[in-house]
Design a protein around this ligand. Structure first.
Ligand code: E4P
Length: 222
């Protein structure tokens, strides 16, 4: 499963990229606002850090506006993917952009299997079901991932599922087990994924014992 970072903060992206596990980045208007920077400048800097898709969201509400915004953001850098909301005008725009070789679409704000089915049929390259927000509303977000994986497999849709609105490490494991192609993860959750208290305890014990090795203070110093 590919790992994307769900953030517009370049320091977080730089750190995750340095771990060698980063396949892409997703942003949205709320994350762009948190960055406090010019949208284009920020997206361009992210594109230089990560060698993979970087989602930049459109805000138009008509198909014509969405198409024009999608073409614009995708012209900024070859890594940019236009993130388009799953509304009827967004589906229309996605279909209109399907044969444009310079535009890839990530259909976002997907909360049902029907929306995911329509997004794939319209020609979206990526589809983003928001599982955390579904859980928050009393639904089972992971069930949507399982349903979409089954539907896409059964009918041979090319769209890649990006498990989004990830709240904790267990969501990432669930997405991987369900067969999601990608999970987009907040940096705080990524940090939690890398840590385990038994690793910390084990390391502390090894370091203490290492001091009892006669040549410990010189042998690994080169
Ligand atoms: C992903 O594409 C979305 O931007 C993001 O995952 C939404 O997450 P949230 O529900 O935590 O805002």
């Amino acid at each position: 499963m590919k790992i994307f970072l769900d953030t517009a903060i370049v320091e977080e992206i730089r750190e995750a990229a340095s771990w060698g596990i980063l396949d892409g980045v997703t942003t949205n208007p709320s994350l762009a606002a948190q960055s406090g920077r010019s949208f284009k400048e920020n997206i361009l800097e992210i594109c230089e850090i990560v060698d993979g898709p970087v989602s930049a969201e459109t805000v138009g509400l008509t198909a014509a506006e969405i198409v024009s915004e999608a073409r614009l953001v995708c012209s900024w850098h070859r890594h940019v993917v236009a993130k388009i909301p799953c509304i009827s005008e967004g589906l229309k725009a996605t279909r209109a952009l399907k044969d444009d070789p310079n535009v890839r679409v990530n259909m976002t704000l997907v909360f049902s299997a029907n929306q995911g089915l329509l997004a794939a049929k319209a020609g979206a390259n990526f589809v983003s079901p928001f599982i955390g927000r579904l859980d928050d509303a009393g639904h089972d977000g992971m069930e949507l991932i399982r349903d979409l994986v089954a539907i896409y497999d059964r009918y041979g849709f090319d769209a890649e599922i990006i498990t989004a609105s990830v709240r904790h490490p267990r969501h990432v494991v669930g997405a991987a087990l369900a067969g999601s192609h990608i999970a987009t993860i907040p940096f705080k959750v990524l940090q939690k994924m890398a840590r385990h208290p038994l690793t910390d305890v084990g390391l502390a014990r090894f370091l203490k014992d290492w001091e009892k090795v006669p040549d410990h203070d010189t042998i690994l110093k080169g």
